[in-house]
Design a protein around this ligand. Structure first.
Ligand SMILES: Nc1ncnc2c1ncn2[C@@H]1O[C@H](COP(=O)(O)OP(=O)(O)OP(=O)(O)O)[C@@H](O)[C@H]1O
Ligand SMILES: O=P(O)(O)OC[C@H]1O[C@H](OP(=O)(O)OP(=O)(O)O)[C@H](O)[C@@H]1O
Length: 208
């Protein structure tokens, strides 16, 4: 087990919980977010850490720039990339939901849906038999129905505070979300021993 491993870690919300979990299996990366460096080497673990935007972790893992990484199920559903989703880490829980202004039925003709998740949203409404128009946004999605741009949003809900403080209500839950450990398929073949050991250690922690 002499090979180095490159791990893509999401910066931002997921980082802290993910780093706590990795610390429990012997990899202490808890202080790295204070740095502005994006690639950090830990010779003591033979690990290279890449710090990426949560939406981009899957890209780095798919292309083999990282052997493995941690990504939200929301990102995996939206991007449908060629990576192995090997373990539910049960961290950073939230869910994807349809929300909008209260007591406002969906328009009969091509209702508009604002979202950072166009693929998930399109699939959801197709299953409901609704023909919709997606308005892609990158953040502050809740603004769209408030200013009359869209009928609904499809977005992450966690505490529900953002919806509440903006006078919006949840119409339907689409799916629960947690973060997952993902692996590049080629890395899984050539570094299987090392990756299997990490996956096994992580699964023991997750089961606790
Ligand atoms: N309340 C929440 N809002 C958004 N994402 C959440 C929430 N709770 C957990 N998550 C998870 O965290 C991930 C997003 O993390 P984060 O918000 O740091 O990324 P981001 O959306 O790229 O950040 P930014 O808002 O800085 O652009 C999601 O993919 C999801 O799995
Ligand atoms: O249910 P809550 O606990 O309020 O969390 C949900 C909010 O958090 C996320 O936004 P984020 O803070 O990432 O900002 P953004 O709108 O810029 O994406 C998400 O898009 C919701 O707006």
């Amino acid at each position: 087990m002499n090979e180095w491993l490159t791990i893509a870690m999401p910066k931002g919300r997921i980082f802290e919980e993910a780093a706590e979990l990795l610390k429990k299996i012997g990899y202490d990366f808890t202080n790295v977010e204070d740095s502005r460096k994006l690639i950090l080497e830990f010779p003591e673990y033979k690990v290279r850490l890449m710090l990426a935007k949560p939406m981009d972790v899957v890209t780095y893992v798919e292309y083999g720039a990282a052997d493995c990484g941690i990504a939200g199920k929301d990102v995996l559903l939206e991007q449908d990339r060629d990576v192995y989703e090997v373990l539910d880490l049960h961290i950073s829980p939230c869910y994807l939901a349809v929300a909008g202004l209260p007591d406002k039925p969906l328009s009969k003709i091509a209702p508009k849906i604002a979202t950072k998740y166009p693929r998930v949203a399109s699939e959801y409404f197709r299953e409901q038999g609704e023909q919709i128009e997606i308005i892609p946004l990158n953040g502050s999605i809740e603004l769209a129905p408030l200013i009359g741009l869209t009928d609904r949003i499809v977005d992450i809900v966690s505490s529900g505070r953002t919806l509440k403080e903006n006078g919006l209500v949840e119409y339907e839950k689409i799916t629960d979300i947690t973060s997952r450990f993902i692996v590049n398929p080629v890395s899984y073949r050539i570094k299987s021993q090392r990756l299997d050991a990490i996956i096994e250690d992580l699964s023991k922690q997750v089961a606790i």
